[in-house]
Write a protein that binds this ligand. Structure first.
Ligand SMILES: Nc1nc2c(c(=O)[nH]1)N[C@H]1C(S)=C(S)[C@@H](COP(=O)(O)O)O[C@H]1N2
Ligand SMILES: [Mo]
Length: 312
């Protein structure tokens, strides 16, 4: 993100997705009268019939859905590479077993295995916009659960102000960790009221299947009203604290990547405009929206935070 040179991987032309193969497959499955059991058949890798999860359209039905191929082969995951074409390298990441450590202002610190956690969470699917600070964007169906459900499960006490999440660090599979200029581990945080907002989501699935490694398996944050870098991938620790964390990109370049990072087309990045964005697979740029189109759900979080740089 900081050192942004084209990496030679180019988006194919004419890849806009009318309706999307994804949706068509879903409809076909429904029409055949087959439920979750049928599509969880071996070979389809649809973990225990959990996916696709029931759709929640409360936050809208943005269109057009980005082609699955693009959303899963054009990624940011600096632990693997600073280029976008890292999906193959990411397959080396071991995601089972996976343990999440919960600490800080909680009733009792604990660890939980991903499968145990997943079994306790209310799974649903939401189609969200995603806006990277670099100006590319996508619209994808995430499966997962509200971040609030995870917060409640952690049993925070004494009114912590922030939640902090960190990404796994496995030097054996993540060559990016050798880049010592980066302040590993990847760490991100939200204010507690942001974390408890309905829109804040934890994704464990994508396109009706378990989430691919390159997209942040087995669980990643999705905060769609903020620039994509806030949505930390492959989470191994959650801490509740009163101390505002300095996140990965903020440590590297605080003048360009702030804590709040709410999407705002009127506030340019110091090195480029944020007025428009380029949907993955589209030849045209479209206007970027305040809070990435989610103002009605989240604008209220910021009315009393006027002294802060909310939009970078
Ligand atoms: N651990 C980790 N999380 C991360 C990143 C990263 O490099 N490492 N990149 C962020 C950025 S800049 C974006 S835009 C999104 C990209 O998510 P995607 O690859 O699923 O589209 O992940 C975010 N989460
Ligand atoms: Mo990003």
């Amino acid at each position: 993100m900081l050192i942004k040179l084209p990496k030679g991987w180019e988006l194919p032309e004419r890849t806009a997705t009318p309706e999307g193969l994804y949706l068509r497959r879903r409809e076909a499955v429904k029409a055949m009268g087959l439920g979750a059991v049928a599509i969880a058949a071996p070979g389809l890798a649809l973990a225990d019939g959990k996916y696709p999860a029931p759709r929640n359209d409360k936050f809208g039905k943005p269109e057009p859905i980005t082609a699955e191929k693009l959303a899963t082969t054009y990624n940011n995951f600096y632990e693997f590479s600073d280029g976008k074409d890292l999906w193959r390298a990411a397959q080396k990441m071991k995601i089972s077993p996976w343990t999440i450590k919960v600490s800080g202002k909680v009733e009792k610190p604990f660890e939980v295995g991903f499968d145990d956690l997943l079994a306790k969470m209310p799974l649903e699917e939401r189609v969200y916009r995603h806006r990277c600070v670099e100006t590319w964007s996508m619209i994808v169906p995430w499966s997962g659960f509200p971040l609030r459900a995870l917060v409640d499960y952690c049993k925070p006490v004494n009114n912590p102000q922030y939640i902090v999440m960190k990404t796994a660090m496995d030097p054996k599979t993540m060559p990016g960790l050798e880049e010592v200029v980066y302040p590993w581990p990847y760490i991100e945080g939200l204010a507690m009221d942001e974390a408890m907002n309905d829109l804040a989501f934890v994704a464990t699935g994508l396109y009706g299947k378990p989430i691919p490694k390159q997209n942040g398996a087995p669980l990643r944050l999705v905060a769609p009203w903020k620039y994509g870098f806030k949505s930390v991938k492959s989470i191994v620790s959650i801490e509740f604290t009163d101390k505002r964390p300095v996140s990965f990109w903020e440590k590297l370049q605080a003048s360009e990547y702030g804590f709040w990072a709410n999407v705002n087309p009127k506030v340019p990045h110091p090195r480029w405009s944020q007025a428009t964005e380029k949907p993955l697979g589209s030849g045209e740029r479209i206007p970027t929206q305040l809070y990435n189109g989610y103002a009605e759900f989240v604008a209220g979080l910021y009315t009393n935070r006027t002294a802060e740089k909310l939009y970078m």
